[in-house]
Design a protein around this ligand. Sequence first.
Ligand code: SF4
Length: 308
Amino acid sequence: MASCDICPRECHVNRLENKRGFCHSGYLPIVSAVCAHHGEEPAISGSRGSGTVFFGNCNMRCVYCQNYQISQDPKKQNSKEMDFHKLAESMLYLQDELGCHNINFVSPSHFVPQLAMAVLEAVPLGLRIPLVYNSSGYDSVASLKELDGIISVYLPDLRYASDKWARKFSHARNYVEHARAAIEEMYRQVGELVVDQSGVAQQGLIVRHLILPNNIAGSEESLTWLASEVSPAVTVSIMAQYYPSHKAPLKCLLSRTISQSEYDEVLKLLDEEGLENGWVQEMGAAENYLPDFDREGYPFSASANMKR
Ligand code: SF4
């Protein structure tokens, strides 16, 4: 952090002295919400919910981000800095008071050392449940290697197969190369998904792919790459919930939800590539998945609507 290269942006600012790079984040973790989340994949939410820790700010700037209230409002988020001990206590609250199946770190790519520091405090206090790393995929392989043996379940997005669209709509250079290398490293560490008797994830990789309108997500290239370079047995979560949030209504290629034919095309691709493990979100009601982080307690109104 003294010359920050925690994520692929490599800003080289001194975060130990609270200097801020692209992610607007200093030394302490920023925690925007802590709750039991029932709308993740069935293997993540289970029956008692996933213990979600939403980090504030982000190392991406997606114009359509549905979490933009916490990812792209650094002035407000920076008041939510939390010390490591408090974050450790929040994890124990999710485990012991709410009975969650796991701790689910959302948007952790710019807080990897802070995450590890808090886990180091939480384990002697009794933290036992699996840790889930839920990221945009814009992760540094070197940082991921530091998490080897700490994270049980990786839940990355594979958002784009085109650097042009990644730059234009998420302000992320070389996204494809970085996300693919990150997913390969995650798979090397944890392998295929392993669930317990109740179907709840204990270890493994789940790759999320959000279908975007006008094939901006490059679904064919990404799914082909996953099947051929990672494994056809990899667990995939296909998300149909795209909704033009934040600045997307002003971007004509992203200003609508996906069509039935775009959805059907991705299902056909799954079949062609032999990707049989995972979930497909059903079409419709995209707005039900929109969180509101100004709502007290629980930012979501919908539960999972996914079929295996
Ligand atoms: S974590 Fe933040 S400061 Fe560090 S390299 Fe990434 S964007 Fe820059």
